[in-house]
Design a protein around this ligand. Sequence first.
Ligand code: HEC
Ligand SMILES: [Cu+2]
Length: 293
Amino acid sequence: MRPPAESIGNLAVIVGAIALLIFVAVEGALVYVVWRYRASRTTTPALFEGHTRLEIAWTAIPALTLVVVFALMLGTLGEIGAALEPGMRVRAVGHQWWWEFTYGDVVTANEMHIPVGTAVEVDLLSADVNHSFWVPELGGKIDMIPGQTNHVRLLARRAGVYEGQCAEFCGVEHAWMRIRVVAEPADEFARWLAAQAAPAAAAATDGERVFMANTCVSCHAIRGTPATGRAGPDLTHVGARATIGAGVLPQGVADLREWLADPQRYKPGSLMPRVPLSGADLDAVAAYLAALR
Ligand code: HEC
Ligand SMILES: [Cu+2]
């Protein structure tokens, strides 16, 4: 199984080489003619009107070149579409400006995990405007369009973290709509999925109380608690993600507190409003969320 991104990369190299060849030939001819006839004093160039063979040649050569490129592209499309038998399915929904990932009943956000060596079929949807799902090292770039389900297949050959990005301008915070794909060995992936599937550990702390008493609950879900909002990312295991706000801040109590104190400072225009909380409440909620691992 060849990763789709590799096939696309190879095609880009071949098409690039063809383009380079044409560039060198045309520019070479131009430079040669300028140099060769540099001493010529003629002001009217020779005319080739009605020169049938010449006209056929300069129509046929570009047309044939495009046919070749088209055929190569069809081959690549077939390769990335059919050759990969998906072993797993994930649903990805683009939101302004974050990602929702669903594995069966498990909902998470912004950070997607996949097993190494397994082709993953991702069903792509949008909750609002057009987005585009693109993790260059793992697969093609496919639009997420409201009311339509598109698909992309990802394959990671090596374990590691692969960065992606929304590739369709979708509003003010488009640039802070990062995707983090963690590719890991199958057993680690299974452990991650099992951990994500578990409801949040019962906390009964001040932080949980503050969360439940504020508007947070109307936008965020924390499985195992009364919070079931869907307007923002699922926070059941938010502390296990490496970043906050689709990449805008690193994970951790201090950064969570920063984010909660004023999301608009880090993502101006973000759909999470600033919820006025006292300093003590901010400390408590940040500690509570960081512990949701
Ligand atoms: C009006 C809906 C709304 C309210 C109210 C709200 N949030 Fe959010 N929240 C969001 C949205 C939307 C995002 C995604 C922002 C982004 O990344 O652009 C978000 C992001 C977050 C994140 C980052 C999650 C991640 O994985 O990156 C945390 C943590 C968070 N909210 C906690 C809270 C807490 C705690 C409260 C209450 C004090 C709260 N939110 C109130 C909508 C809301
Ligand atoms: Cu987007």
